[in-house]
Write a protein that binds this ligand. Structure first.
Ligand code: NAP
Length: 278
């Protein structure tokens, strides 16, 4: 099958590596010539170009650009494609994208691989990034079955675990487990930066170890992606953040009032519940 990838970064480049190794013919398009060349060098695509027209012969196209560019890119790409071409995207937010693209292209299915890391660009592309990871598909009532079946086959071949859900439900769910953690983690590091005593500040940096590494990691990723999560999943993220603030206040109250038993009960509950998310 001819598979097109638009946006050869971490996700697009990684998809290319896995799909190409399965014998598909990969066509890549990216903004910069240098990125196209790197994608060719690492074997992520068979052919690459900076020209959108280059994807005209692809059977399935993955749009892997930053969230805010997905809808405009589909609008530009459409004019070159036959109607049977299947378009999907990998954006971390689904409702605004599905809402805008579905009326334009019948064979469109929103998608979101729940995999990634804090690095960006084609240099960060890696094999097997999607193995055993959830991959959400958000077809709507009018999405043709043929398109769903073809895309599911490709996603399954990545080793991913497929979930179907409505775009709005996806956005609410990822707001809890993906977008909220980015904001919490970022505010953790920002809070540590507020230490005014240089000696304590230096000591804290020297002593930071695995706990700080785990909790600060997701907030130190691609800033552009973080902003777009907030921009395009505005309502759900605000709701999660407000709920989080309420929980934080409860912890502050318990500590201020030295209610150690209640604090322990809360921590025990979290200890029990965390595995259900992982
Ligand atoms: P990334 O590494 O920054 O890659 C995005 C790529 O898009 C860049 O390499 C850039 O290529 C290309 N691009 C930018 N503007 C373009 C344009 N106008 N035309 C063509 N290509 C353009 O970002 P990413 O992490 O792969 O994220 C891409 C998408 O995946 C986003 O929609 C994000 O929501 C989603 N996603 C990300 C993660 C994650 O953890 N990172 C996880 C799941 C889904 P050049 O190098 O040529 O400029």
């Amino acid at each position: 099958m001819k598979i097109g990838i638009l946006g050869l970064g971490l996700i697009g480049g990684s998809l290319g590596l896995d799909l190409r190794s399965q014998g598909h013919h990969l066509l890549g398009v990216s903004r910069r010539e240098s990125t196209c060349q790197k994608a060719l060098d690492i074997g992520s695509v068979d052919q690459a170009s900076v020209d959108l027209k280059f994807l005209a012969s692809a059977d399935v196209i993955f749009i892997c650009t930053p969230i805010g560019l997905i809808v405009p890119q589909v609008e530009q790409l459409m004019v070159y494609l036959p109607m049977k071409a299947i378009i999907t995207d990998v954006g971390s937010v689904k409702a605004p994208i599905v809402e805008a693209v579905s009326p334009l292209w019948q064979n469109f299915i929103g998608g979101h691989p729940m995999a990634g890391n804090t690095d960006v660009g084609i240099e960060a592309a890696q094999r097997n990034l999607f193995v055993n990871r959830p991959y959400v598909l958000t077809p709507i009532e009018t999405t043709p079955n043929r398109a769903i079946t073809i895309l599911e086959e490709i996603v399954r071949s990545l080793g991913s675990i497929i979930y179907h859900c409505q775009p709005e439900k996806h956005d609410r769910a990822v707001s809890w487990i993906s977008h909220l953690p980015v904001m919490i983690s970022a505010s953790l590091t920002a809070t540590c930066l507020s230490e005014t005593d240089p000696e304590i500040f230096q000591l804290a940096q020297n002593l930071a170890s695995s706990g700080f590494r785990d909790t600060s990691r997701v907030g130190a990723g691609n800033p552009e992606l973080g902003v777009m999560m907030a921009q395009y999943n505005h309502q759900a993220l605000l709701h999660s953040l407000q709920q989080y603030r309420q929980n934080l206040d409860e912890f502050i109250d318990l500590i201020e009032q030295e209610k150690w038993q209640i604090l322990e009960d809360k921590l025990k509950l979290n200890q029990q519940q965390r595995p259900n998310f992982l």
